[in-house]
Design a protein around this ligand. Structure first.
Ligand code: F6P
Length: 473
């Protein structure tokens, strides 16, 4: 068995099956791009699920990375992935926008599957290797891994929000989850507020002491060690968006998109996984009312809403799709003409090239999440706008709002405020668009996903070294 000096553990492997079901292709995510250089340098391994139930695969090499598939049975997918991860933790950590379901059988599956990931990581890591665990599906892995392999340096990054204590404390297994995460040397969050919520939960539930970003955790030998809980906001591979946006064929495609919509004066755009956290209903309501009030017409503007299919077997997602599709049908029925539409709704996923063409075509980008760890679409939009045009309307409840103060920040629950912001965005003079867009682009280009992974891994290495020399002294 190959053992690597650097191991990533994530719910999914960084590859998808090709459409013929025979081979593999790299999945489009930014995390894969960010980690690629580190993986190559360190001869890294990636432990994860191949995305289909009951598929037993031997470890294999892909694009210079050693992939270690973890098998999930159909019951594991139901209980660990759809159940505990996406119907308990996901809604609870997104401020109970949907009601979380607490089922003991789901928790049992979550513990079992987390152990399977921890064992696979332990078997894949060389002596004194660094293991980086990703996201809420695997919160118990850091502690399990530390027990199996005390020699490892363990990092964990939490891609979604960590909720305020009053909500977190609903979780029947709140202590076990905190202990699981504290198995890591460094626990990274998107926002300063997430790290603060975590530290508070640790103080209240476990009574551990916290000092600045450090948490004093009792160790196996009766002493204490320090774990670091800190914000490391994630970003995107900005240059790849810049390159695509400068390609003549993509600029041509943006023109075709506008023509295909009947050349409306302005195009509004929403791009989301079809998820109740994204505030798609609030966005549709605001747009529908603007048309109803006569403050906009379908010749003035069309809303293109890409809602990519997601978690389609979880009830809350099934219901959401029905509601959204009914609302879109009603608004279009009331306002469409034979040549123009109020909403062009696309329940599909697109390759990155098509997304960049859509970003270039969009005069206004609407990110109205009710709660979101970061929201990378906001960053992708501004990275693509090499022409310094376009307006980003951004929810203050998305992590991106902490860094993107030059957007039009909105509270998506305030429908009147959202309507005013949309009108302001549609009418914004070019000079103001340019001023805001330049500031937004600077931030995203100065802090891309490679900076994110480097900063996290440097903090992890430094922190682990300091902590072990302090323990040895
Ligand atoms: O960051 C949230 C997240 O759950 C990621 O872990 C995942 O890559 C993405 O959303 C898509 O979700 P899923 O893997 O459930 O399709």
């Amino acid at each position: 068995m190959t053992q690597a000096d650097f191991v990533v553990v994530a719910n999914r492997l960084p590859v998808d099956r090709t459409p013929d079901g025979e081979g593999w292709r790299r999945s489009p995510g930014g995390l894969v791009t960010a980690l690629e250089p580190v993986m190559r340098r360190a001869d890294g391994a990636w432990v994860g699920w191949a995305g289909q139930p009951d598929v037993e695969l031997e470890p294999f090499e892909f694009d210079g990375v050693h992939l270690v598939p973890v098998v999930l049975s159909a019951a594991d997918v139901q209980n660990y992935y759809e159940g505990f991860s996406n119907d308990t933790i996901w809604p609870l950590y997104h401020d109970v926008i949907a009601a979380p379901t607490y089922k003991r059988a789901w928790w049992d599956a979550y513990v079992r599957v987390n152990r399977r990931f921890a064992e696979a990581a332990a078997a894949s890591a060389a002596q004194n290797a660094t293991v980086w665990v990703q996201d809420y599906q695997l919160q118990l892995v850091p502690k399990m891994l530390r027990e199996l392999r005390p020699d490892l340096t363990i990092g964990y990054f939490h891609h979604i929000p960590f909720p305020a204590y009053g909500l977190y404390s609903q979780l029947p297994w709140r202590k076990q989850v905190l202990e699981g995460l504290l198995g890591a040397d460094v626990i990274g969050f998107q926002r300063v507020a997430d790290a603060g919520n975590f530290a508070r939960a640790v103080r209240r539930q476990l009574r551990y002491e916290t000092k600045a970003s450090g948490i004093l955790v009792p160790d196996e030998k009766g002493g204490t060690r320090v774990a670091l809980a800190k914000a490391f906001p994630i970003s995107i591979d900005a240059e790849s968006y810049v390159e695509l946006a400068q390609k003549p064929e993509i600029q041509q495609r943006a023109k075709e998109i506008r023509e295909g919509l009947g050349n409306p004066r302005k195009i509004l755009l929403g791009v989301d996984r079809l998820d109740y956290t994204k505030g798609i209903r609030h966005r549709l309501k605001a747009w529908g009312e603007l048309l109803e009030d006569g403050r906009a017409t379908v010749e003035d503007a069309t809303l293109v809403q890409v809602a990519s299919p997601s978690r389609e077997r979880v009830d809350a997602y099934v219901q959401l799709r029905d509601e959204i599709e009914m609302t879109v049908g009603r608004i279009n029925g009331d306002h469409d003409t034979t040549t123009h539409t109020a909403i062009r709704y696309l329940h599909q996923s697109y390759p990155r090239e098509e997304m960049v063409a859509l970003f270039l075509a969009a005069d206004v980008m609407l990110v109205t999440a009710l709660r979101d760890g970061m929201n990378l679409v906001a960053k992708e939009y501004v990275a693509s706008r090499t022409d310094n045009r376009g307006v980003l309307v951004l929810s203050e409840f998305a992590g991106a709002a902490d860094e993107m103060g030059s957007a039009l920040l909105i509270n998506p629950h305030d429908i009147d405020g959202l309507k005013d912001a949309i009108v302001r965005a549609i009418d914004m003079p070019a000079a103001e668009q340019g001023r805001r867009m330049r500031a937004l682009r600077k931030r995203v280009r100065d802090h891309d996903v490679e900076d994110w992974s480097r900063e996290f891994l440097e903090a992890l290495a430094t922190f682990h070294d300091t902590a072990s020399s302090a323990a040895a002294a």
